[in-house]
Design a protein around this ligand. Structure first.
Ligand SMILES: Nc1nc2c(c(=O)[nH]1)N[C@H]1C(S)=C(S)[C@@H](COP(=O)(O)O)O[C@H]1N2
Ligand SMILES: [Mo]
Length: 314
């Protein structure tokens, strides 16, 4: 079996079991009256627990990470072009028009191309990735995404030797986004990754969650998900992806560089200037849990940052 980096991270079976299997097993176990759910699942999740000894990210084995409820994933969202109120985004975004849609991939590439949504959905094999999402504000979720690795799309356009960063731009549709003309935020929302981060297999373009097309509030029809970075890097409703030579300006880093870095790797040891990043509130749980370095994905992505001073990161 092909070794996938994200498979080597010791997380709970609930996190790495496809939803339908998870639910089927759960029903089965319920019928059987089995209580020790975790232990039983661990024994029957095929291939899912082939983690190599010694690859444990600090503290991750202590987690029992269940999927966050669908209602919370789709009802508690950050999408500032609509509103800064997390609990009303779903209503305000429900009529957002996402078809037709296209994503232009340009800049330092051999084959610049505009992909229609249909080309994105049918041209790349859609797979499930269940990732933890840690917002810089101190809350987190576990979300079952459908999508595909960004590197597959980048390989089609072939970045040139000069390409070193990837710049992403969200749609901005004033007629449909209530907060589009906000004085506080210089929309369109923009984000960026270093090319090697963008090429990492953990980095995906998501097109769905919980086995249905992405709801508008979660970034329909296609958004980035970079699970080891704070949630604001995972830009929604993407219309442009540009390969560039230098670190591109990003919305949060532009308006508050002392609070939001370009790299923004989840780091419990580096506090936000206004609050601690040591712990987080997992939506659906009471109390707080410890935040994991690189959100628990350090084993897979740590080598990207060799030689970088991570105490300077935020
Ligand atoms: N275009 C756009 N993308 C965005 C945001 C936004 O306001 N606009 N918010 C970001 C933040 S702060 C987070 S935490 C995640 C939230 O994703 P979710 O609502 O799907 O959980 O989206 C990110 N992507
Ligand atoms: Mo966030």
């Amino acid at each position: 079996m092909e070794q996938k980096p994200y498979r080597s991270i010791p997380i709970s079976p609930e996190e790495i079991t496809p939803k339908h299997l998870y639910q089927t097993r759960r029903q089965f176990l319920k019928q059987m009256g089995i209580v020790g759910l975790g232990a039983f699942l661990a024994g029957c999740a095929p291939g899912a627990l082939e983690s190599t000894p010694g690859t444990a990210a600090p503290g991750s084995d202590a987690l029992g990470d269940a999927l966050t409820d669908y209602d919370a994933v789709t009802g508690y969202c950050n999408f500032y072009e609509f509103t800064t109120n997390k609990e009303t985004v779903d209503d305000l975004a429900q009529d957002f028009i996402t078809q037709p849609w296209s994503v232009t991939v340009d800049g330092l590439v051999e084959n610049p191309r505009t992909f229609s949504l249909d080309e994105i959905l049918s041209g790349f094999e859609q797979e499930e990735r269940i990732y933890r999402m840690r917002c810089v504000e101190g809350w987190s979720m576990v979300i079952p995404w459908q999508g595909f690795p960004l590197h597959k799309l980048l390989e089609e356009v072939q970045p040139t030797d000069e390409a070193r960063f990837v710049a992403f731009t969200s749609a901005l549709v004033p007629g449909q986004m209530e907060n589009a003309n906000s004085d506080l935020f210089p929309f369109p929302y923009r984000e960026g990754l270093r090319l090697d981060e963008a090429m990492h297999d953990l980095t995906i373009l998501a097109t769905g969650l919980y086995d249905e097309p992405l709801p508008p509030q979660n970034g329909a029809p296609v958004r980035l998900v970079v699970p080891w970075k704070y949630g604001f890097k995972s830009i929604k409703s993407i219309v442009r992806i540009s390969l560039v030579p230098d670190q591109p300006p990003t919305l949060w880093n532009t308006i508050a560089p002392q609070e939001y870095g370009f790299y923004a790797n989840v780091n419990p040891n580096v506090d936000h200037p206004r609050w601690s990043q040591a712990t987080e509130r997992r939506i659906g749980e009471t109390g707080r849990r410890e935040t994991l370095f690189m959100n628990g994905y350090a084993e897979a992505v740590g080598s990207l940052y060799e030689g970088m001073d991570l105490t300077e990161q935020y």
